[in-house]
Design a protein around this ligand. Structure first.
Ligand code: G16
Length: 548
């Protein structure tokens, strides 16, 4: 035990990072997120925790990403990444919460000692920690705090500087698989994903309605920076016009642009001219989400969100496996936010099973592993595809011996899709390459894609409440069990609306309660959302103006 106490007290500069004790932190669906000025001691402690996590895995690389993703620029946060490039295991989330809230230095020591004891962590392992950060101004300052924590344990660490969250996930998988998945650097990331995209593109001879021109909305964050780097590798297979790429004006990050803004407000991003039938692609502040959109000649706005990507990709993968002759079980994972008609389309038309889990990529990722090929997408544009090792092997082996030309072509395309996918987590760049591939293969414009089925009109809303922790949900967030009585009120409101559906849940990233509503018409979806938001406001002591 003594070694930990020594490390913390003598090597970590802990005296620089006291907990002011005026805030409560929780490691939620995407780490800890807060107003950046409160996070210094949290980051310092997460630096120490992540070092211990690596020691627990006998020096395997683990990751720490400094980002608050889609949140406003003044917020920041931390996401910890496990050895396969996946989100931190739930059992350690609680430890992270405990550590972030520990009142004093001595408590920090005790918690770390207890972790080491509980997990039998030996001081003989040197930690290996990969670190990345987004473009927020506070990220650099918080990095210093992380580094004190990481270095105290004499870690081997690599600071990758400003990178997207999915890049860091990818690097960790690469390192821990000894290069089997690629190399832990940006060059390998771009070439692996982009080369397979270009190979598949060469197989596509007739573009029909497809256009390779993209108006790219970088949310004024790291996604813009990295897309510019990607252009070199894309060789003009895609023509990408950059917008919202001002990463120096910090106030602009995610402000009225980016994937979260476009999805939540159901309108085009600002900061760029919007032309009818141009293809708009928006990413969020750490480039793990992607949303497509366009307007028609009447200025009507069309959203192609995570549900649309899920249906597009699921249909394509299903067709490729059918053409290849391989019998593989493909499944889709969604959340309660998924549009009712997308679920219907996948179940009835594509005949692919759909599972529903709570919000948060880690839940979707976990469930997707149940299938040979698990596809998961949150409606907000966060998602990826998972291929079982055995499936990957089967595809390659069969391709090597396949004599039938059509089957062989389908198998070759599947190999490209596997290589184009960042299977560790949702990745806007990888997802964009996959969507562009499917659209090109189908010869579709965005309108063609949009016309595959019609969404039920829907509305997202949020209410600021005194304490969002008083809200509890069940049944993959479709039922609100606390505050008691709220669900009955929601049920009676919903029953008034044809095809009505609504649920409420506490946000994991902001201090708000989120409301989702869908109904037969846009007006009804808006009215339903408003009624439910008002009920939440009244029952939970909403702050600010009553919704109207
Ligand atoms: C994070 C998670 C996503 C999740 C989102 C929900 O996104 O990674 O899986 O959908 O939070 O946010 P909330 O709980 O506020 O509705 P990100 O992109 O912000 O890291």
């Amino acid at each position: 035990d003594e070694w930990i106490e020594k490390v913390v007290k003598q090597s970590s500069n802990i005296e620089l990072y006291p907990n002011p004790g005026n805030q409560v932190f929780k490691y939620g669906v995407s780490g800890i997120r807060f107003s950046s000025e409160h996070l210094d001691h949290v980051m310092h402690r997460m630096g120490m925790l992540v070092a211990l996590r690596s020691m627990y895995f006998k020096s395997a690389a683990v990751g720490l990403m400094i980002t608050a993703s889609h949140n406003p620029q003044n917020d920041n946060g931390v996401k910890l990444i496990d050895t396969q490039g996946e989100m931190l295991d739930t059992s350690w989330e609680e430890l992270a919460t405990e550590l972030a809230n520990a009142p004093c230095d001595q408590d920090v020591c005790v918690i770390l000692i207890n972790i080491a004891k509980k997990y039998a962590i030996s001081s003989s392992f040197t930690p290996c920690v990969f670190i990345g950060r987004d473009t927020r101004h506070s990220s650099k300052r918080l990095l210093d705090a992380v580094l004190y924590g990481v270095k105290a344990f004499k870690s081997n660490f690599e600071d990758f500087g400003i990178i997207t969250t999915p890049m860091l996930h990818f690097f960790i998988r690469c390192y821990n698989t000894n290069g089997l998945y690629g190399q832990p650097n940006e060059y390998s990331y771009y070439t692996k994903l982009t080369d397979s995209f270009k190979t598949l593109r060469k197989m596509c001879s007739d573009f029909k309605n497809y256009s390779p021109i993209i108006e790219f909305d970088g949310a004024n964050g790291v996604g813009a920076l990295k897309m510019k780097d990607a252009l070199v590798f894309l060789d003009e297979t895609l023509i990408i016009n950059m917008h919202n790429d001002d990463i120096l004006t910090t106030e602009k990050l995610n402000f009225k642009c980016g994937a979260d803004y476009v999805k939540s407000n159901q309108c085009p991003p600002t900061g760029m001219a919007i032309k009818p039938h141009a293809k708009y692609v928006s990413v969020d502040g750490d480039a793990d989400r992607i949303i497509y959109s366009f307007i028609d000649e009447n200025n009507t706005f069309y959203l192609l969100d995570g549900d649309r990507i899920a249906t597009l990709v699921t249909g394509y993968i299903k067709d490729l496996f059918t053409a290849s002759g391989l019998e593989i079980n493909v499944g889709l994972v969604q959340t309660a936010y998924s549009n009712g008609n997308s679920t219907k389309y996948v179940t009835d038309k594509l005949r692919v099973p759909v599972a529903c889990v709570p919000t948060g990529v880690k839940y979707l990722h976990h469930k997707a592993k149940d299938y040979d090929v698990g596809i998961y997408f949150e409606a907000n544009g966060h998602g990826t595809l998972l291929f079982k090792d055995a499936v990957r092997e089967l595809i390659r082996n069969q391709y090597a011996i396949e004599k039938d030309e059509k089957k062989s072509l389908a198998l070759k395309k599947l190999i490209c899709i596997v290589d184009m996918t960042n299977e560790t987590v949702g990745d806007a760049y990888s997802d964009m390459l996959i969507v562009e591939t499917v659209l090109c293969e189908r010869g579709w414009s965005l309108s063609d894609w949009y016309n595959t089925y019609s969404d039920l009109p829907n509305r997202l809303a949020k209410v600021i409440v005194k304490d969002r922790n008083t809200f509890e949900t069940d049944d993959a967030e479709r039922i609100c069990v606390k505050p008691v009585g709220l669900q009955e009120i929601i049920n009676s409101i919903v029953s008034k609306y044809p095809m009505g559906r609504s649920f409420v849940r506490p946000s994991g990233t902001e201090n708000v309660v989120r409301i989702y509503a869908e109904a037969d018409t846009k007006i009804n979806a808006d009215k339903l959302a408003l009624e439910v938001a008002t009920a939440v406001y009244d029952i939970a002591g909403g702050e600010g103006k009553r919704p109207e």
